[in-house]
Design a binder for this molecule. Structure first.
Ligand SMILES: Nc1nc2c(ncn2[C@@H]2O[C@H](COP(=O)(O)OP(=O)(O)OP(=O)(O)O)[C@@H](O)[C@H]2O)c(=O)[nH]1
Ligand SMILES: [Mg+2]
Length: 261
């Protein structure tokens, strides 16, 4: 049975070159699964034509953010804007288009088939430099210890959610969080949500700046860019304060009655 209303939300910063094509590819693959399909793009104050390039698309709502705040806060704003549409299923994916439309369709089909609260897209074939793998490995280990089980791709930006489950998570995480998806993954395990995993392809970002814009430096750099070093320290501190330390707000998160029922 098709999903009555499926909302797909994405944060975007200077993605003018790739985002329209990415949305078109998703639409092609996912439309058959839903009676109504809505896209929400949270534009993190792009300095290029990201917003202008999406004009004229009836199913795309561009929400310009009050200031440039980076991926985490923009992703949270995208989730909130998606929830405002009262969809039956909410999917988050980054606007840089590092996934293929066919995998979103597989993820959503798995979500429907299993009746899970959330399905994560687990990225395969990533070609991150060593320092990104080291950071990911450290965060995964901390989260595995706290969750009591390993979570395969703890920070994946591709997820399908039951709205009441993601509302619980969005309400629990500070709106300025740098790594909301890490907090989400841990809170999902702690609160007993039904989480499933689907392996998906990870491809280079669409558009010209193929080495990624968030961190500066190309994938061939040997040392972590200064921006990533600072981000790593801030993100680990945030993980401790928000999710790990005794008394942290997210330690006592509980599954909402309605989720999965
Ligand atoms: N660079 C950057 N991206 C942002 C910002 N705000 C939101 N985003 C979006 O956040 C997403 C992730 O950014 P990326 O630069 O790809 O970060 P990443 O996925 O960790 O890095 P890669 O693995 O190199 O792709 C993209 O969809 C961006 O459009 C911002 O201030 N700067
Ligand atoms: Mg990316």
């Amino acid at each position: 049975m098709p999903i009555p209303h499926l909302a797909i939300v994405m944060p975007a910063y200077n993605e003018a070159e790739g985002i329209r094509g990415f949305i078109a590819e998703i639409r092609d693959h996912v439309s058959p699964l839903a009676d109504r399909l809505s896209f929400v793009v949270a534009d993190d104050r792009s300095t290029d034509d990201t917003a202008a390039g999406l004009e004229g698309l009836d199913d795309v709502d561009v929400q310009t953010q009050p200031a440039n705040r980076g991926h985490g806060p923009t992703a949270l704003a995208a989730y909130r804007a998606g929830l405002d549409l009262s969809p039956d299923v909410l999917v988050h994916v980054d606007g840089d288009g590092q996934f293929v439309g066919a995998d979103l369709a597989r993820l959503i089909s798995a979500f429907e088939r299993t009746g899970a609260d959330v399905v994560h897209g687990v990225r395969r074939d990533r070609t991150d430099p060593w320092y990104r793998r080291a950071l990911t490995g450290a965060v995964s280990l901390l989260v595995a210890i706290a969750a009591g089980r390993r979570i395969p791709d703890v920070n994946t930006p591709l997820r399908a959610y039951r709205p009441e489950a993601v509302r619980m998570l969005v309400d629990a995480v500070p709106s300025a969080a740098l790594v909301p998806h890490v907090h989400f993954s841990l809170a999902e395990a702690r609160s007993g949500l039904d989480v499933r995993y689907v392996a998906v392809r990870s491809i280079p970002r669409r558009g010209e700046s193929a080495s990624g814009t968030m961190w500066g430096g190309g994938v061939k750099a040997w040392l972590p860019p200064q921006r990533l070093r600072r981000f790593a320290v801030d993100a680990l501190r945030e993980l401790w304060n928000v999710s790990l330390r005794p008394g942290a707000a997210l330690r006592s998160i509980r599954r909402p009655e309605t989720a999965g029922s």
